[in-house]
Design a protein around this ligand. Structure first.
Ligand code: SAH
Length: 321
């Protein structure tokens, strides 16, 4: 193969799978170079900065991979006040970033009206785009937040392998709308929609990862976030070791392959070099992401007194300090 996409310029599932399994560094240079060229041609050379505010680490869910899951008792819980979030928004605007990303556990203490009011205040007092990443909330809440001015919503589908997803992400009692359907609803409500996956979840196979990449294309995503899975010792999944012959490794090179392939199948998407990538390879992770298809960085502007408690995985790399 001389180009990553093959002769007709299209990347089919077989080619995606072959690239995912490719482990010859010289061959992979072709993939990195093509992802970089497509990034340059479609979204230019600017690296866009989004200020990340981790608004609350309360969570009602029991996701087996995530350190802020409800079942983790070894964690001090916090919820920021609206004024604290507004202070962060002003700081983000002063730093010259274009977007505030408000992320949290699935915390119904952040009530629908509270979030709507906060979004409206940020839109009224700053020039920022507002991105929400608050988990699987009710359709009426998502609608109200959009009406209040929220621009974008991030909700990763984590893996397209349904059996694996159900194992790592148990449904909430009484929940009516599954994550997949919420992604369609968000699109219908007029949000720009971001999604993505973790790479190297125990039990994740190369085939399912190829399906994930094909979904990026099929779903018309505006943003695609991809990072390696990082075990958190206070979670059930940390005790599970994926060691089958088809197990995807949770390493930086594999995560970069998914970033590069995401760029090739969605040339215009906004793709971050994620904190998780910067965490497993502190020296080079984020730079490699940016050279292999990514065009976004998300500096963490959460106040220091809360930052350490938003521990979705251990030793999160600090960017923006
Ligand atoms: N409650 C929100 C935000 C979750 S944190 C939601 O569920 O959408 C944002 C992302 O961090 C998750 O979607 C997941 O992909 C990632 N994440 C969580 N735990 C992780 C871990 N142990 N290793 C790597 N990424 C993780």
């Amino acid at each position: 193969m001389t180009t990553a996409s093959g002769r007709d310029g299209r990347l089919d599932r077989a080619a995606v799978l072959a690239w995912l399994r490719q482990d010859d560094p010289a061959a992979l240079e072709t993939l990195w170079a093509e992802a970089d060229a497509v990034r340059h041609a479609h979204v230019g050379d600017a690296v866009h900065l989004r200020g990340l505010v981790e608004v609350s680490n309360h969570c009602v869910r029991q996701c087996t991979y995530c350190g802020i899951r409800a079942g983790n008792r070894n964690l001090a819980r916090y919820r920021m006040t609206a004024d604290e979030v507004l202070d962060c928004a002003r700081r983000i605007a002063d730093l010259g970033y274009g977007t505030i990303v408000m992320q949290a556990g699935e915390d119904f203490g952040l009530t629908g009206p509270w979030v709507a009011d906060l979004v409206a205040r940020i839109k009224a007092t700053t020039p920022l785009a507002v991105t929400l990443s608050l988990g699987e909330r009710l359709p009426d809440e998502l609608r109200a937040w959009r009406q209040a001015g929220a621009d974008r919503y991030l909700l990763r589908f984590e893996t397209s392998d349904k059996a694996l997803f159900d194992r790592i992400h148990p449904p909430r009692h009484g929940q009516s709308v599954p994550r997949w359907d919420l992604l369609g609803l968000l699109r219908d409500l007029g949000y720009e929609v971001g999604s993505g996956v973790m790479v190297g979840i125990p039990g994740q196979t190369w085939d399912s990862l190829a399906d994930d990449v094909m979904r990026f294309a099929g779903m018309d995503l505006d943003m695609i976030g991809v990072g390696p899975y990082i075990p958190h010792p206070d979670t059930p999944l940390a005790a599970v070791h994926g060691d089958g012959p088809d197990q995807v490794p949770a390493d930086a090179t594999t995560a970069c392959k998914v970033v590069a392939l995401a760029r090739l199948v969605r040339p215009d998407a906004n793709i971050p070099a994620t904190t998780a990538l910067g965490t497993i390879d502190r020296a080079h992770g984020r730079e490699l992401g940016l050279r292999r298809g990514a065009n976004i960085l998300m500096p963490n502007v959460t106040p220091d007194r809360y930052k350490a408690c938003y521990e979705i995985y251990p030793d999160k790399a600090a960017l923006g300090d």
